[in-house]
Design a protein around this ligand. Structure first.
Ligand SMILES: Cc1cc2nc3c(=O)[nH]c(=O)nc-3n(C[C@H](O)[C@H](O)[C@H](O)COP(=O)(O)OP(=O)(O)OC[C@H]3O[C@@H](n4cnc5c(N)ncnc54)[C@H](O)[C@@H]3O)c2cc1C
Length: 421
């Protein structure tokens, strides 16, 4: 059975690794010269840098055991803050704390608007905006939820689906605060002791490197009746077309649809990553900090040495700022330094080197229409009986690495059931 896996991020590597353990020899195609995709790490000035803050948190003990058997992990007690209107507050947002910190104005309106808001049952939550209004009231929505979400996605919260709110709204509910174990309100998280978050992918790659073709871009999928029968790929400008029995795609859904010549309207938000090397031992003890308002260009800033101190230079530190706001490429680095300096988080004169990366497929955008558009894409892809999709951008769902691995496990079982003679 010839299996092609498109993409060598955590999803592609996980499916390939599991299949290999079952005695199959899949071929993984990866466009970049390294594996890991969004969950990769790279070395810079002696630091292992991730694609923004990446932390491992799961409530599934089996998944945690599996990942700790892959690489040694450290357990970190989460330290994170939100910078808003010149004040530092707890992350995730706690409405009561906001009211106290911003007392009397606008703090009192947070409480008044919250108590007098139309309850959720009275309001059909048509969008992220109406969801936030019905749950937290007008003042909190205007002060925090609306600006941060619009900054992240670059569109109005009226155009964002309620799915985003229900999955990701950054607020701690009463139960979350007691349990402290949801994806938003985790109190601790795990992180590879060495090698950055990319150590997971590195380990999988180590076990199956013979099956992975790096710097190899998938250029075309060839179909016959209800099957994808062959793949054209390109390595060093040399094109090759090969037949396959089964194709697993972890590519962003829009890329796959383009390869199949099927129109699609779904969109991804790209994210720019600004890395700053500072001649200081540490900027703050936080793993990451959020900048909630649009007057600061960055959404979040992480400090890698706080995730694992193992083997990193003691006298320097690296920050990574995530930017999704529209900003000319030539100005992003300067704007981040300027904004961090004026917030008081760093001093410009401590920055001794910078690096800018861009990830065009950072976040699937849950517009009001995305569910319908996604259903249309799924229906079109169902035509191909030997084509399977897994992974965050392939299925257009915000998933973390642990969830990608669990999806890969399910797909592995499906493939074994369907194709093993
Ligand atoms: C800013 C940010 C923060 C995050 N924080 C966390 C976190 O804290 N914890 C966590 O667990 N997860 C986090 N995630 C999510 C996590 O990074 C992803 O869920 C995961 O990396 C997705 O893996 P994947 O393999 O499904 O997709 P990808 O990593 O996107 O892999 C797809 C691969 O396909 C390759 N490819 C694309 N086109 C082609 C082509 N034509 N031919 C061949 N190869 C191609 C790409 O190069 C890529 O390597 C975060 C993501 C982002 C963007």
């Amino acid at each position: 059975m010839k299996v092609a896996i498109l993409g060598g991020g955590i999803s592609g590597l996980s499916v390939g690794w599991l299949l290999r353990q079952s005695g199959w020899s899949p071929t993984v195609f990866e466009r970049q010269s390294c594996t890991g995709g969004l969950a990769r790490s790279f070395q810079w000035h002696g630091f292992h840098c991730d694609i923004a803050a990446h932390r491992f948190y799961t409530t599934n003990q089996e998944t945690l055991d599996r990942f700790s058997s892959l690489v040694p992990l450290v357990r970190n007690v989460r330290q994170s803050k939100i910078f808003i209107e010149g004040k530092w507050i707890t992350d995730p947002v706690n409405p009561l704390e906001l009211a106290v910190k911003f007392f009397p104005k606008p703090g009192l309106s947070f409480i008044w608007d919250y108590l007098t808001r139309a309850s959720q049952s009275d309001v059909a939550a048509a969008s992220f905006d109406s969801f936030a209004l019905s749950k937290y009231g007008q003042s909190l929505t205007e002060f925090f939820f609306r600006p941060y979400t619009e900054k992240l996605f670059g569109i109005s919260t009226h155009d964002i689906s309620t799915s985003w709110a229900t999955q990701k709204i950054r607020v701690s509910g009463i139960l979350d605060m007691i349990k402290r174990n949801s994806k938003t309100y985790f109190r601790y998280f795990y992180y590879p002791k060495e090698g950055g978050y990319g150590a997971f992918c590195q380990r999988l790659y180590h076990d199956m490197h013979a099956d992975v073709r790096l710097s190899t871009s998938v250029k075309a999928l060839h179909t016959e009746k209800d099957k994808v029968v062959a793949i054209t790929s390109e390595t060093d400008t040399i094109e090759k077309t090969e037949a396959f029995d089964v194709v697993v795609s972890t590519l962003p859904l829009t890329i796959l649809m383009r390869l199949l010549n099927i129109p699609i309207q779904l969109q991804f938000q790209s994210v720019s990553l600004v890395y700053l090397l500072l001649d200081l031992p540490q900027v703050s003890p936080n793993h990451w900090v959020y900048f909630a308002h649009k007057n600061y260009v960055m959404n979040r800033v992480s400090e890698f040495k706080n995730f694992s101190t193992h083997g990193v230079p003691a006298d320097k530190t690296v920050l990574c700022a995530e930017v999704t706001m529209a900003c000319p490429r030539d100005h992003i680095v300067e704007r981040v330094i300027h904004d961090l300096d004026r917030s008081g988080f760093i001093r410009r004169e401590n920055v001794i080197d910078t690096l800018l990366l861009n990830e065009p497929y950072g976040y699937p955008i849950y517009t009001q229409q995305y569910e319908e558009q996604l259903a249309g894409a799924q229906a079109a892809l169902k035509e191909y009986s030997n084509l399977f999709l897994t992974g965050r951008n392939a299925v257009f769902t915000h998933m973390d690495v642990d969830e990608n691995f669990e999806s890969a496990q399910l797909l592995h079982e499906t493939l074994m059931r369907t194709f093993q003679a």
